[in-house]
Write a protein that binds this ligand. Structure first.
Ligand SMILES: Cc1cc2nc3c(=O)[nH]c(=O)nc-3n(C[C@H](O)[C@H](O)[C@H](O)COP(=O)(O)OP(=O)(O)OC[C@H]3O[C@@H](n4cnc5c(N)ncnc54)[C@H](O)[C@@H]3O)c2cc1C
Length: 414
């Protein structure tokens, strides 16, 4: 291990998982992500794109099923091991890590209510898939609903005047789906399945939602164009449209009665994982800066010999370590309790993604003019990190949601 993990209890298996993931990130993800970063969104997902080389290799190694228990054929990792592996993958490329992570979303949701249909049609086929032909996505954001969809327990979440743009209307045992999800859906144009979060009971506002795990070859489903953006260009994103789509009731994971609570549980995992990914990106940026400072000679000596550079590097590494400390411990805690503390997951996300951005920003400063050029990885890390401050909930609105929760929850009564 290049840097301390500050965990003397890591087992041999934990360390092996970390080293294997790092090797995959270094040898496969880094070079492919760089190629994809320079392509158009259409080229990224073209048949002969290296994106598919990455996906097939990752699926072949089981990295698509990191979050799935081994009972269904997933990797069966402990929460700590999941965090360890994800940090390494994000160190390789956060965009590609998100592509893999959301690919498992329908299966991740299905594992929460493992009924026969979900096991036979979603969970097992997804885990057994080795050629990336079963790809999931998470459809929650809509053109007019971003932050407000990710604030369960906030008063705005129950506002009956807020009408979703994607509505599932019960029809006998089925649902009729109409509307759309936004261009931000990761894997949106390439997904075969969707974990769809949409509105069922309009009288309850967002709280009247439902979660489905649906195949996207149902009649009436259409996809938009692949989105172009400044960071995480290796991650495909795009809209999904639903025009009178008949969805069999067997694909419903949770209805309005359980929606808000289940969303909080889902967010407690995903939001915190963004902090884990942020740690990987922050560490990558720190390493780039450290290695550059050792070789770049200015004023007759290497940059690293200047005290100002040493203190900057110290503050950067502190951010990496605090980000890992918070995100790992929150993820492990929340995955081991039936009442996860979502405010802590938000803390991990906001801190970790801000750390990624700040460290990448400081790294560019250490690189000087070279940091702004395409020649060095650091400018890509900076653009990727910028997207993280908005991805999976903008840090500002997440802070509003967490602040509300904190004043309600603390001091705890139990
Ligand atoms: C790289 C990336 C990947 C993504 N992947 C997915 C995906 O897989 N699936 C999916 O469905 N979505 C995805 N998203 C969408 C993402 O979740 C939303 O972009 C995010 O929730 C913010 O929503 P918005 O962009 O509509 O911004 P808005 O909600 O319009 O917010 C705009 C600004 O207003 C602020 N704001 C909004 N409400 C409040 C409030 N109540 N209090 C204070 N400030 C507020 C926000 O903080 C923000 O700064 C992704 C986004 C990115 C960037």
């Amino acid at each position: 291990m290049d840097f301390l993990d500050l965990d003397i209890n890591l087992s041999k298996e934990d360390i092996m998982l970390k080293e294997n993931a790092n090797e995959f990130a270094r040898k496969v993800m880094r070079p492919i992500a760089k190629e994809l970063d320079e392509m158009t969104p259409e080229q990224v997902i073209a048949k002969d794109s290296p994106f598919w080389t990455f996906m097939k290799k990752a699926y072949g190694l089981g990295y698509h099923s990191i979050l799935i228990p081994d009972a269904y054929g997933g990797m069966g990792l402990s929460p700590l091991q999941q965090a360890i592996v994800y940090e390494e993958l994000a160190w390789g490329s956060v965009g590609l890590t998100i592509a893999l992570g959301v690919a498992s979303f329908p299966a991740f949701g299905a594992a929460m209510v493992p009924e026969e249909t979900m096991i036979d049609e979603i969970l097992v086929p997804f885990c057994e898939n080795t050629d990336a032909t079963f790809i999931g996505c998470w459809g929650i954001t809509e053109p007019d609903h971003g932050s407000d969809t990710l604030m369960p327990d906030h008063p705005s979440f129950k506002n009956p005047d807020i009408l979703s743009q994607c509505i599932a209307t019960p029809d006998g045992d089925d649902f009729i789906l109409n509307g759309q999800k936004s261009a931000w859906v990761s894997n949106g144009t390439i997904a075969t399945h969707c974990a769809l979060f949409c509105q069922i009971d309009k009288s309850m506002g967002h709280a009247g939602g439902g979660i489905f795990a649906i195949p996207l070859d149902l009649p009436g489903v259409k996809k938009g164009a692949a989105l172009d953006k400044i960071g995480q260009r290796d991650l495909n994103q795009g809209e999904i449209f639903f025009d009178n789509v008949r969805v069999p009731g067997k694909y419903l994971i949770a209805g309005p009665e359980a929606y808000e609570g289940l969303l909080e549980i889902v967010l407690s995992a995903t939001t915190c994982l963004m902090g884990v990914f942020g740690t990987g990106v922050a560490r990558a940026a720190f390493e780039e800066a450290l290695s550059y400072a050792k070789t770049r000679v200015q004023g007759g000596k290497p940059l690293i010999e200047y005290t100002a550079i040493q203190t900057k590097l110290f503050h950067m590494l502190t951010k990496v370590e605090t980000s890992r400390a918070i995100s790992r411990s929150v993820f492990v805690y929340n995955q081991n309790t039936s009442t996860p503390a979502e405010e802590y997951s938000i803390m991990a996300k906001v801190h970790g993604t801000q750390a990624a951005f700040d460290v990448a920003n400081d790294a560019i400063q250490i690189f000087g003019g070279n940091g702004l050029t395409k020649e060095y990885l650091i400018e890509k890390l900076f653009r990727d990190a910028r997207a993280m401050l908005i991805e999976d909930g903008s840090n500002d609105s997440l802070a509003v949601a967490a602040g509300h929760k904190i004043i309600q929850t603390y001091p705890r009564k139990d």
